[in-house]
Design a protein around this ligand. Structure first.
Ligand code: HEC
Length: 164
């Protein structure tokens, strides 16, 4: 091989490897990592790893069990303005509303409502269950997992306590 041939050869190999690497990198995001087995593991394993730390891991663990603490944070942002920070139905916006926002701390009212029902009200809004449209659909702001977390938080407010 002449020097020129060598350069061309290695450039071609390099390009092929780069393309191969990119192809696998992209594919590995959609399907689970295990498939692209031979060369991909290095780049493929690297990409999911940080993602697993930041998003996937909490989401996965939370999918098994709703996280009331995380739900509390979202509740303060998305619900407290109407429902009050402690779910007493006394948020600053509540005054202007009729009917009034539900009191999530009222176990006698809230406990008989099922998780499925609460999920529907929160995701698709009050109107989806024949309630006030002022109870806005929050599915655009909250993921399903976040809604489950918020429900877990609401349950923790109930007095008398909620018993699943
Ligand atoms: C703009 C004000 C507003 C915000 C923000 C709001 N709600 Fe409401 N919500 C209401 C009102 C008003 C009602 C009462 C609807 C009715 O009784 O017709 C209500 C009712 C409810 C109910 C009870 C439904 C029932 O069957 O009585 C639940 C549960 C609920 N909201 C959850 C939430 C959660 C969780 C959030 C935040 C993710 C939230 N709401 C944000 C205004 C609001």
């Amino acid at each position: 091989m002449s020097a020129i041939q060598r350069i061309i050869f290695f450039t071609a190999v390099g390009t092929a490897l780069t393309l191969f690497g990119f192809g696998c990198g992209e594919q590995s995001e959609a399907p689970a990592p295990p498939k692209p087995a031979e060369r991909a593991p290095a780049p493929a394993a690297k990409a999911p790893a940080p993602a697993a730390k930041s998003d996937a891991a909490p989401a996965a663990s939370a999918a098994v069990e709703a996280d009331a603490a995380a739900g509390k944070a979202d509740y303060q942002i998305f619900c407290a303005s109407c429902h009050g920070a402690a779910g007493d139905g006394d948020g600053p916006v509540a005054q202007a509303l009729d009917p009034k926002p539900a009191r999530h701390s009222d176990g006698n009212y809230m406990n008989p409502l099922t998780d499925d029902y609460l999920f529907k009200v929160i995701k698709f809004g009050g109107a989806s269950v024949g309630k006030s449209p002022m109870m806005a659909p929050l599915g655009g702001s909250l993921s399903d997992q976040q809604i489950h977390n918020v429900i877990a938080f609401i349950r923790s407010l109930a007095n008398p306590p909620y018993q699943p």
